[in-house]
Design a protein around this ligand. Sequence first.
Ligand code: B16
Ligand code: MG
Length: 213
Amino acid sequence: MSKEFEAVIFDLDGVICFTDEYHYQAWKAMADGIGVYFDREINNRLRGVSRMASLEIILERCDEKLSDERKEELAAQKNELYKKLLVQMSPADLSDEVRNGLNELRARGYKLAIGSSSKNTPFILKQIGLDGFFDAVSDGNNITKSKPDPEVFLKAAEMLGIAPEKCLVVEDAIAGADAAHAGGMKAACLGDAAKAGAGDYNMTTFGDLLNIL
Ligand code: B16
Ligand code: MG
C-alpha cells in the first residue's frame, strides 16, 4: 500500500462498467418522443452529470418552456426505459481487467468505495455481480448536489472513516475530476477526463491504477 492513499473511490459509469449506450438509447427515445434533436455528441456531455441536469442539457434544443412537473415526467419516462435496458447487464459486463484490479487493490489493503451520480447504482452493482463488494457506496440516492460538487466523494470518505486527502478518486468525467479536487482528493482519470488532462494521473487503461497505488 502506498503511503499517500488508504482508499480508492471509484466512479461507476465509465470506470467500473459502461452504460453510455443504454443512457443514449433511453434519452434518444425520450427526445424523439417530444421532437427534440439528440445525438451521441450531446450524449457525451451527459457523462457524470445528474439525471435532471442531463435533461436540462437535452432541453437546450427545445423551443417550448416546460413546467417542472413535465420535466419530472420526462426524466421518469427516460429512467423507466433505461432500467429496462439495464436488465440485460450481467457479471459478463465486468471486464477481467477491472475485476482483477479491484481484487488486487483489496489484497494490497486499500478500502474500496463507489462514488457515483447514478440513482441506479444499487441495481447496476447487483447486475454486474458487485453487490456487497465495496466497503462503502455513495451514490445519487444520498446526495443533494451532483458533481462537480464534492458531496458524493466526501460522503464516501466519511462512510469509510478515511480522511479525504487519503482517498484517490477514479473518474472518467471532467466534472468528476473537478469534484475530487474540490473535496481535497487527487484524481486518477480515464477516458474523456484523461484525454483532457483533468487528473493528477491520466491513465490509458484501468490496470494503470496498479502502478499508481
Ligand atoms: P441516473 P457516474 C452518472 O454516473 C452517469 O455518468 C450519467 O450519465 C448519469 O446521468 C448519472 O449517473 C445519473 O444517472 O439517471 O441513473 O441516476 O458516472 O457518476 O457513475
Ligand atoms: Mg462516470
